[in-house]
Design a protein around this ligand. Sequence first.
Ligand code: PLP
Length: 361
Amino acid sequence: MATCFENRAWVHSAIACLEQEAARSADTHLLKLDMAGFPGIHFYFKDESSHPTGSLKHRLARSLFLYALCNGRLQEGQSVIDASSGSTAISEAWFARLLGLRFTAVMPECTTPRKISVLQSLGAECDLVPAGVDTSEHARERARAEGVCYLDQFGLAERATDWRGNNNIAESILTQMQKESNPIPTWIVCGAGTGGTSATIGRYLRYRRLPTLLCVAEPIGGAFAQAWQTRAITETKPCNTIIEGIGRSHIEPGFMFDVVDKIIEVADVDSCAAAWLLEDILGRCYGGSSGTNLIACLQLATAMRDRGETGSIVSLLCDRGERYAETLFERTWLAQHDIVLDDALGELRQYLGQDDGMIKR
Ligand SMILES: *Cc1c(COP(=O)(O)O)cnc(C)c1O
């Protein structure tokens, strides 16, 4: 095929459309949280649930579309496809609709009907594949066979993001910290799904020559934790976490081990309890991976306190908890997954000394 069908005018208008969307969108809040049990240590949580599509994947989806357009891989009238059953598919479907493109989400058959209906209401097609089929491979294969643009969140997350700046998540956090008493965080804590967020933050910290350390908060048994320790990137075991968005079973291409200073593995029950606690503290509901982040923050803060250190710790609230109303925030569902919530929640409250106003928003 020698002819080039590129319609540069359409590409330009699509890029303009993405820029307009970025200009219309406000930055996400950085919420401050002080806990009486940790004097002199300030906690900050970047509320990524306040993006128009409800999660940090809004940033990724915008970057993936821009990356495809600027690489000449996405043309007028072309459809787009990606493998995702979670937040990424929702954000990608939203951007596809904005650009007037058809979007297909490849996901496992066992995906909850609620998610399927959310995607369908955004105009997405859901391609359900049987358990055991690699959704990324299936999406790549369909893209090749049908001439569809494969957005490839797992393959491209780390390079589609402009890590030097352009208001990436790290630049935004550090700018928002500028007037705080400890503007340079001791730690930044995030999860790893595609690895894109941790790669961007880790690179940016070096680029800006900051001493801030990066901690990845991981469900127990997650591939990032296993390979970070051994660097044996092929040796992975399945990770059966109930926390969505993080805790991958295999190494993703976007996992940049060298920019991560520490990994903290968190039991699902503690992540769930922390997600419930976040709702108490913040008055809004966030997903399980935000709970995982909170537990890691508390561990780091405890070590700082024990060493007599003060400073700031920044983490992320990754997505809206409403998405998990029938799962993580439903006691019967938790019981079915062997999560004994009340004990863990009680312990966590006790640990924080959370009674009458001990935690201040
Ligand atoms: C994707 C995701 C993460 C992890 O972010 P990555 O940048 O993909 O590593 C954490 N929490 C939720 C809810 C996510 O969807």
